[in-house]
Design a protein around this ligand. Structure first.
Ligand SMILES: Cc1ncc(COP(=O)(O)O)c(C=O)c1O
Length: 444
């Protein structure tokens, strides 16, 4: 008699069971939860979770862990982090504490009160030179830009619609557009073009079905900044082809010279687009989850309608603390000055090691061409087929963590948000980078 009990994850099998492939297949079928057959195709359907593929950031984490185990006590230099190394400024934390104590802030915030909206409109005016944003109708908070990028597609994308996205880049809008049956047309960012997309390269048949152009400057991962002329071109392109522009300005305020460049400062931009700002990087508030969407009234309203059906708003105390930050742009200026200083040191260190490093105008990312080979003093030569191989070699052999990008050419992203308490410590860490790379010659 065949006696098999399948109860939750516990499976028992009697000794009288026949061996063989058919039996094993049957057991596997019986033991697999029916939930496995219920997953939507957009996340892999029945195959969900079965792929052995390891994603880039997980590979980096694993390689880091392996390097730490192989070299106990050694200092791993982490230049791969994509978020600030410091706490939010004390005055912002104080504001949060005070606001959290207020009874009127305790409940669902829904689409927010006026504090953040008004602060955002003031900020756009004072910091970015964007005049005339109506805080009531043209601004709405987000639970971070990532949340806004995941909500906006539902307001715009029908099955078959195209989204124009720059690559390499932050893929969240495109991922959600695809969840909804939309399609993504990639616009490669090349060094030759200053990491700005060639809008004229979009095929006519794609343009006919395109609805949205997603831009992000200063850019992750290239660190490139847009120019006013490019934004003028983007507005003209979007207007001509009846597209919406979503400008992800998560790094907008982190500039090393001049004032932040807002897409909304471009004539005509408010007629066709919105801009996403975030307290995450500008105010060292990544975990707090707060930002805002501003621009075209109709788009802001549609974002609000979908948002209202998605979340119940960010805690008002957090919104009010973020509003305090927006009224104190000198906080961001101090953060940007720190990144600028670190960037100078890192550019010098990497140049000394043979990389072609050029300081970007903003963000905290330094994007450099990955070498094709490393030759050590004894003549041993290691060849790299892609940036990912260089990155793995850097962490394994040099205990330096980076993020590789192989989408358009082979590049490495170094971030200046590495943990360092003092200016001397920053110099010491970058000194180590140059030193560790000093015993090889890179070929590009
Ligand atoms: C380009 C870009 N957009 C948006 C985000 C998400 O920002 P937030 O913390 O506001 O969700 C990030 C975070 O790394 C990013 O790099």
């Amino acid at each position: 008699m065949l006696r098999t009990a399948v109860s939750g994850s516990v499976r028992r099998r009697s000794e009288a069971v026949p061996a063989g492939g058919m039996w094993r297949g049957l057991v596997r079928l019986m033991s697999e939860s029916y939930i496995q057959n219920l997953f939507a195709e957009r996340i892999g359907g029945r195959q969900y979770g079965k792929s052995g593929a390891i994603y880039k950031f997980e590979k980096i984490k694993r390689a880091k862990r392996a390097a730490m185990t192989a070299h106990p006590g050694a200092e791993i230099i982490d230049l791969g982090v994509g978020e600030p190394d410091e706490m939010a400024f004390p005055e912002v934390v104080e504001k949060l504490c005070a606001e959290a104590r207020k009874r009127e802030n305790r409940g669902y915030a829904d689409n927010g009160d006026s504090a953040l909206k008004e602060a955002a409109a003031r900020y756009l005016d004072r910091v970015c030179g964007v005049k005339g944003i109506n805080p009531e109708t043209e601004v709405l908070h987000s639970i971070g830009s990532k949340a806004a990028l995941s909500i906006l597609p539902a307001a715009l994308i029908n099955p078959g619609d195209y989204v124009l996205m720059t690559v390499p880049g932050y893929p969240v809008f495109g991922t959600h557009a695809k969840y909804l049956g939309g399609r993504v047309h990639n616009l490669p960012l090349t060094e030759a073009n200053g990491f700005l997309p060639d809008l004229d390269s979009v095929p006519a048949e794609v343009l006919k079905q395109a609805k949205v152009l997603v831009l992000n400057y200063p850019n992750n991962p290239t660190g490139a900044s847009a120019t006013p002329a490019f934004f003028v071109q983007a507005v003209a392109f979007a207007t001509k082809h009846r597209l919406v522009v979503i400008h992800d300005a998560a790094y907008a305020a982190l500039v090393f010279e001049g004032r932040p460049l807002s897409f909304l400062a471009t004539p005509g931009a408010k007629e066709i687009g919105v801009e996403l700002h975030s307290a995450s990087k500008s105010f060292n508030m990544t975990g707090w989850r707060c930002g805002f969407v501003a621009g075209n009234e109709l788009l802001v309203r549609a974002y609000g309608d979908v948002k209202d059906n998605t979340d119940s708003g960010q805690f008002l105390a957090i919104q009010h603390a973020a509003a305090h930050g927006l009224d104190h742009p000198e906080i961001t200026e101090q953060i940007a000055a720190k990144y600028s200083r670190r960037m100078d040191t890192l550019v010098a260190g990497l140049t000394q090691a043979g990389f072609h490093a050029r300081k970007p105008k903003g963000s905290f990312f330094l994007y450099v061409k990955a070498p094709k080979a490393a030759v050590s003093k004894d003549g041993a030569r290691i060849e790299f087929r892609c940036a990912e191989e260089v990155s793995q070699w850097l962490i394994t052999e040099k205990l330096i963590s980076t993020v590789p990008w192989d989408d358009v050419g082979a590049y490495l992203r170094f971030s200046v948000t590495f943990a360092a308490k003092t200016v001397a410590d920053e110099a010491r860490i970058i000194g180590h980078v140059a030193e560790r790379l000093g015993d090889v010659r890179f070929e590009f």
